[in-house]
Design a protein around this ligand. Structure first.
Ligand code: FES
Length: 160
């Protein structure tokens, strides 16, 4: 997936095209939602009606699928998504302090995006590399054995 295009103006015509490109059938609901998210970085609320009309289903069905899957976002996300692992192994090795430090440093809480749309801060239950705990994911890159100093350096270097 490309970087989230949070600042992109929502082009409703493009959303209609995506619905049609995916065949305009109700079984295409998930591919349509995925494609819209890939292009716009999230699913704009105004897209729900367009998807529903195009696929001949109820808007509540579209909303239901978007709400069910954690990987679908209904709000714009920052260009950089920082994810702190909240799993047990990461938690006992300082994951909570990393989250706190990031919240203070970025001036946002978990689940929020900075006003300049640069960073979104998220958490995850476990990313499956517990041996490297505590872990932080920045974009697609996993940073293991993290501590507050390393995070500070990454933020200063602009890697996060
Ligand atoms: S608990 Fe963090 S990677 Fe498993």
């Amino acid at each position: 997936m490309d970087k989230p295009a949070a600042s992109k103006v929502i082009n409703m015509e493009r959303i209609r095209e995506i619905v049609m490109e995916c065949g305009g059938h109700k079984w295409a609901l998930i591919p349509v939602i995925q494609k819209i998210q890939n292009e716009f970085g999230y699913i704009p609320p105004e897209a729900i009606h367009v998807i529903a009309i195009g696929l001949k289903i109820f808007p509540s069905q579209v909303q239901g699928v978007i709400s069910f899957y954690a990987q679908f976002y209904t709000k714009p996300r920052g260009r950089q998504v920082i994810t702190v692992c909240r799993g047990t192994a990461c938690h006992v090795r300082g994951g909570e302090s990393l989250l706190e430090m990031l919240e203070n440093g970025l001036g946002i809480k978990e689940g929020e995006t900075t006003a300049d749309m640069e960073y979104s801060l998220e958490t995850v239950a476990c990313i499956g590399v517990c041996a490297l705990a505590p872990n932080v994911v920045i974009g697609k890159e996993v940073y293991g054995k993290m501590d507050t100093q390393k995070i500070e350096q990454l933020l200063k270097k602009g890697e996060a």
